[in-house]
Design a protein around this ligand. Sequence first.
Ligand SMILES: *Cc1c(COP(=O)(O)O)cnc(C)c1O
Length: 466
Amino acid sequence: MHYVSTRGSAPALGFEDVTLAGLASDGGLYVPESWPSFTAADIRALAGLSYVDTAVRVMAPFVAGSLDEDELRGLCEAAYGRFSHQAVTPLVQLDHRNWLLELFHGPTLAFKDVALQLLGQLFERFLSRRDDHLTIVGATSGDTGSAAIDAVAGRAKIDIFMLHPEGRVSDVQRRQMTTVLAPNVYNIAIDGSFDDAQALVKRMFNDTDFSSRFNLSAVNSINWARLMAQVVYYFYAAVRLGAPDRPVAFSVPTGNFGDVFAGYVAAKMGLPVAKLMVATNVNDILHRALADGDYSQGQVQPTATPSMDIQVSSNFERLLFDAGGRDGTALAEQMRGFEATRAMRLTNAQREGAAALFTSARIDADSMTMAMRWAYDGAGQVIDPHSAIGLAAARTLDLDPAVPVVTLATAHAAKFSDAVERATGTRPPLPARVGDLFAREERYAKMPATFEAITAYVAERATPRA
Ligand SMILES: *Cc1c(COP(=O)(O)O)cnc(C)c1O
């Protein structure tokens, strides 16, 4: 399988190179040069398979040429063996048509584990083949940092430096990062905001000398391998609800458009997806883009769903490319316009291509709270605020009543216990596997938010390339 850039001028690469590169050299994102296609019989044959067996079937075409099936199986077993539920991503029924797909049974209690646990395995395999070393640098406002640290802690050939804004992540989120004492993990609390942290990281990547000396890599959701890992659970859930003989709709709480784009990929591969609901909070750039063609950046408003407080959705570019006819040169021009003015209109082709499968809803704090109460009162399910945004949007879908609607539950309620308690009156306890989080030793550096201080710290500790 070869991958092409959404901006048309970077070289096509195989899966191994795409995984290690992250972003394409022309500033675009990698997508497969064509979508693998599953027949109804192929999908029917997934019935009854375990999560790992499903993962191997669904991902095999994407990794062809880089990993054989046995290697892929070994990596999946290592990644998903760390989940606390035997089904890895179990379905829970809420009423006669609504279901939750629980994606939070990984080590850090958020759906990002599903992709990052596999990415950690892939990095290690590919780096040892090449005898190369990687320095991961990232900024986090919570979930990504802990999931990435857990995925690479203790791995040879990788160091990870994670910046977080001091005092602005929750205690659970901070401790999930700072109590990992592996020697290749460096947490840095900066005296500044998340945007300051992000700006520092961007500057490090733009410093080409620094970046190539330490082989810097990012783990944000622009990495194709992350999206690929997320395609699996759409198949896994739909097959359990009757696919390929019965279409299924999905509602996805969305920020960077990674998770819901994986649903689009599943549909392109032949899974009968009736609709993909893009559920946003009041930071609604994606809702405006899909409803009116208006992709213009607003001010980020902080909400109870911080992982969706986003005003630029990096993976949306992949949809614009594919739905708009795969014209990389035209898209590069359109994205340059957006980067200059922070606004753009979708083309008619992009709008029509997206409308065939996607719909969207903007969910405010009241509707989110009502969805949490509805799940608790009607089905005894305590859900987190992000999942509640998805569920509130799911309940606005106007579809054939025979189509089951699956809401992706992206975080464990205990990660956001204050908001959950306000809505439902119950405070969800941390699950046993992270129960001693508050007794563990923490280790992190505190630093001013200056480029000089951070780069000196990284340069002293990271492994330069041979
Ligand atoms: C990251 C995240 C999201 C948003 O996922 P995207 O792939 O960025 O759309 C939703 N909910 C939770 C809990 C998250 O951590």
